[in-house]
Design a protein around this ligand. Structure first.
Ligand code: NAP
Ligand code: ZN
Length: 347
């Protein structure tokens, strides 16, 4: 076993603290990666507090990983020692089902997530990126361009692909009016991509003080979502709305803003369900209520290449590993511009 160390939650609602643990020894298909930076996703917070149930403790979170290859197995062809690489939310899947065959591994029934998943090979649980190193099958390792700020690339591995994928799937582009709900880690990447794809972008926020930032990030308009008059002005005008809010809220107020055949795509996974939306709101204009989960590995590489070409990275605040508990408290108050990234040299 490979002796590793990081920060873990030892039980739901306890502060994260140092943790020593074993990872499997790299086999012929594996890449051993020294972790340089790890982004802090709201999903980490949901899981360390066991808000989705099913957390296994101690739990080492982190699925926005950028690092350097330390060692490769004998069958690894596309990576070598010293390469800059990324790891997102998944580290394995069955490889044979129709979802895997269609490069949609995130929908496979046997996806191994980067943390809090049973690791088929070792029988251990997987441990995430709030740690010094990680062992990952080569199929789940991404190439990262050294041209970009590596700390600011880390959030692309979850917040980036989770917003890029639905915007591509629903073919958002020039001529579309697109809404992004919530300006946090996912929301700010959603604005950047929708703007880069040529759409007219409207941010819906509960935080009036984020307006200037939203426009700098690429929003054409900003709507304060708890102001009914501002909402009313946009009735039946959107092609597509991407909802990134991490808490339960009213969906009808967004369904009503869609044109005929428009779609509202949910990304947030709150611990309490949303109030049921009105089916009439769907039927009368043939609107769709949908959801989307991260993105496949092929599409994640496509997104990383697109970002390198178009100079797109996250807006980040760098923190030391020891600051993680304060960072979670601030994230809950929407006090982050717009993603915390842990500098792993602090570990
Ligand atoms: P985040 O940085 O905390 O941002 C969430 C934003 O939602 C906040 O900045 C805030 O924006 C808004 N918000 C928070 N509480 C609200 C409330 N009570 N009412 C209305 N708006 C509220 O979180 P994140 O990392 O972007 O993650 C967002 C959600 O997506 C989480 O639930 C996470 O687990 C989920 N997620 C899903 C996937 C997927 O594959 N589907 C992947 C990653 C994350 P304003 O201040 O602008 O209102
Ligand atoms: Zn995430």
């Amino acid at each position: 076993m490979l002796k590793s160390h990081g920060y873990a939650a030892y039980e739901a609602n306890s502060a994260l603290r140092p943790f020593n643990f074993d990872r499997r020894e790299p086999d012929s298909q594996d890449v051993l990666i020294e972790i340089l930076f790890c982004g802090v996703c709201h999903s980490d917070l949901h899981q360390v507090r066991d808000e989705w149930n099913g957390a296994t403790f101690p739990l080492v979170p982190g699925h926005e990983i950028v690092g350097r290859v330390l060692k490769t197995g004998s069958d690894v062809k596309h990576f070598k020692e010293g390469d800059t690489v990324g790891v997102g939310c998944m580290v394995d899947s069955c490889g044979t089902c129709s979802d895997c065959q269609e490069n949609q591994e995130q929908y496979c029934d046997h996806t191994v997530f980067t943390y809090n998943s049973p690791d088929k090979q070792s029988g251990l649980m997987t441990y995430g990126g709030y740690s010094n190193q990680i062992v990952v099958n080569q199929r789940f390792v991404l190439k990262i361009s050294d041209r970009l700020n590596l700390a600011a690339v880390a959030p692309l591995l979850c917040a980036g692909i989770t917003t890029y994928s639905p915007l591509r799937h629903w073919k958002v582009g020039r001529g579309d009016k697109v809404g992004i709900v919530g300006l946090g880690g996912l929301g700010h990447m959603g604005i950047k991509f929708a703007h880069a794809f040529g759409a007219h972008v409207v941010l819906f926020t509960t935080s009036p003080d984020k307006e200037t930032d939203a426009k700098r990030l690429g929003a054409d308009e900003v709507v304060i979502s708890n102001n009914p008059e501002e909402m009313q002005a946009h009735l039946q005008s959107f092609n597509f709305i991407l909802d990134t809010v991490s808490a339960s809220h009213n969906l009808d107020q967004y369904l009503g803003l869609l044109k005929r055949d428009g779609s509202l795509c949910m990304l947030g996974v709150p611990n309490q369900p949303h109030p049921s939306p009105s089916i009439g709101n769907l039927i009368f204009r043939r609107r769709a209520l949908a959801g989307s989960l991260i993105g496949g590995i092929l599409e994640t590489q496509e997104m990383l290449n697109y970002c390198a070409e178009h100079n797109i990275v996250a807006d980040i605040e760098m923190i030391a590993m020891q600051d993680i508990n304060t960072a979670y408290e601030r994230m809950l108050k929407s006090d982050v511009k717009y993603r915390f990234v842990i500098d792993m040299t602090s570990l």
